[in-house]
Design a binder for this molecule. Structure first.
Ligand code: HEC
Ligand code: HEC
Length: 448
């Protein structure tokens, strides 16, 4: 910082030498004197930035936007979690089952005594009462339990449910929070299926119970379908699930459009998700979606112009946007790739493999318009055709690939590993890579 300041000072001095008096006479208020003082707006901007960061982080991690009305009051998910013995229904959800569904536990939230029990292996992971204990401590990432006295009376969901995970530092699924990392273990479909009453979901999607069950069961870990309750399409024409892999919410600054198919900005999408997907209370507006042919379920649900009785979303969008843009892509562990090969691979990426024609470093997406047709990247247009623009895929920014390798790459995880991704491009872009170049390119991708 100091060095930057003195560089600025030097250039100011140079400017002073070039004619204008450097230090104006006292009391003379020339534009030059304004330039020499530190800008008072700077302090306000810095203060605003740290305030936005803090507020945005809180919203991302902890806000349910009132979604407990849907997940709790309507679906009754809390009843299945609590179990009959604790005022709910059925056997209840044990911590072991919760972890197997991909739910994560933030060890930073655990009371010391519980943390010791987890570390020592003496916490009974087969007792649903322990799940309630974790919810009381607010330690289940992305899920908020509402309690009256000792009873769980509702649950709501947060952004962190899908877009955060933990570092497994205590044990698998238990550790420190990693914001922005997609939770690729999370089985959202199976979690929703725990609900005793699926009717609100049937209504949202416009399908009967059997269909909703079939669709949700087909998602699998790390996947969710954020367009299902708009177009009612549970499956692709090839019969596979229409769900997409949960994307990273890190490394997004500088990227023009968001989602795999470029629905809008981060702020646009946050309003969309908080209202139409999490079923929080707020406003959302998109006249492009007032199209009964493309979005029959969405139009019926009024998703193109949502006005809840109260708005718990709009006032949080600015800080939430700001926070996400501030989350850096994580650095891959040093031993997870071969550094020398990665360095050679950079030349392949930028040269003969033509990757950098779209994935422009250091953003690894296009500065500017980053949308491509299905043909350009050699895949089907099913998912692209579900977006309001109906035809594009967005060039995915590639930093932090290692944190989202399972269940696979591309919007639906169709390529199980980087080898398969590169093989695809070799065919589509008619590349002629040697075995060595191919191996180096893959090491480079792992290093991003
Ligand atoms: C139930 C899981 C789930 C929840 C909860 C959720 N998201 Fe997402 N998010 C997704 C999926 C899946 C996509 C990809 C959607 C698509 O491309 O069709 C996505 C896309 C995104 C993107 C675009 C990323 C990119 O690469 O452009 C951002 C940003 C984002 N979500 C932020 C949020 C925020 C903020 C919240 C809370 C308001 C939230 N999400 C809640 C699953 C979720
Ligand atoms: C014509 C533009 C274009 C070119 C050239 C291109 N990509 Fe892509 N890339 C895309 C688009 C668009 C996507 C998103 C596809 C999807 O999600 O279905 C993508 C996705 C990816 C992904 C998956 C990221 C994820 O998180 O799922 C990887 C990895 C990737 N590209 C690597 C490469 C490599 C390596 C090359 C060079 C061999 C390359 N790309 C060349 C446009 C391009």
């Amino acid at each position: 910082m100091k060095r930057v300041r003195s560089a600025l000072l030097l250039s100011a001095l140079a400017a002073g030498c070039a004619g204008k008096p450097l230090i104006p006479a006292a009391g003379v208020n020339t534009p030059t004197s304004g330039q020499m003082k530190s800008n008072p707006d700077e302090g306000d901007t810095d203060k605003n930035a740290s305030q936005m960061l803090k507020e945005g982080r809180d919203t991302f991690r902890y806000d349910t936007f009132g979604s407990e009305q849907f997940w709790g009051s309507q679906l009754g998910l809390h009843k299945a979690i609590a179990g009959q013995a604790h005022g709910g229904t059925g056997p209840g959800l044990t911590p072991k089952q919760a972890l197997n569904l991909g739910l994560k536990v933030d060890s930073g939230k655990l009371p010391k005594i519980v943390l010791e029990a987890v570390k020592g292996g003496s916490l009974n992971l087969n007792d649903p009462e322990m799940t309630l204990e974790l919810l009381r401590a607010d330690a289940v990432v992305g899920v908020k339990g509402f309690f009256q006295d000792k009873q769980l009376v509702s649950v709501g969901v947060r952004c962190a449910l899908c877009h955060s995970t933990v570092d497994d530092s205590i044990s698998k699924g238990i550790g420190s929070r990693l914001d922005g990392w997609p939770n690729r273990d999370l089985d959202v479909g199976k979690i929703a299926l725990l609900a005793p009453n699926l009717e609100p979901l049937e209504q949202a999607v416009g399908a009967d119970e059997a269909t909703v069950r079939k669709v949700l069961s087909a998602w699998g870990p790390g996947k969710y379908d954020a367009e299902l309750d708009q177009d009612g399409k549970g499956f692709r024409p090839d019969g596979k699930s229409a769900a997409t892999v949960i994307p990273a919410a890190f490394g997004l600054a500088g990227v023009n459009l968001h989602t795999y198919t470029g629905w809008g900005s981060v702020a646009y999408w946050n309003a969309y998700v908080a209202t139409t997907q999490m079923h929080g209370k707020g406003r959302f507006f998109d006249p492009r979606m007032n199209d009964r042919a493309q979005f029959p379920a969405g139009v019926k649900n009024g998703f193109n112009d949502m006005r809840s009785s109260e708005d718990r979303v709009t006032s949080k969008l600015a800080a939430l946007h700001f926070y996400q843009l501030a989350i850096p892509a994580p650095t891959p562990p040093k031993d997870s790739f071969n550094a020398a090969a990665a360095q050679r691979g950079a030349a392949v990426f930028n040269g003969s493999a033509k990757c950098a024609s779209c994935h422009v470093p250091p953003l690894f997406t296009e500065p500017g318009w980053s949308m491509h047709t299905a043909d350009e990247i050699g895949i089907d247009d099913f998912q692209a055709s579900r977006s309001p623009d109906k035809k594009f895929y967005r060039t995915t920014p590639l930093r932090g690939l290692f944190a989202r390798s399972a269940p696979g790459f591309y919007h639906d995880g169709r390529f199980p590993d980087l080898r398969a991704v590169v093989a695809h491009y070799e065919q589509v872009l008619k590349l002629n890579l040697s075995d060595a170049e191919r191996a180096d390119l893959i090491e480079y991708l792992k290093s991003l």
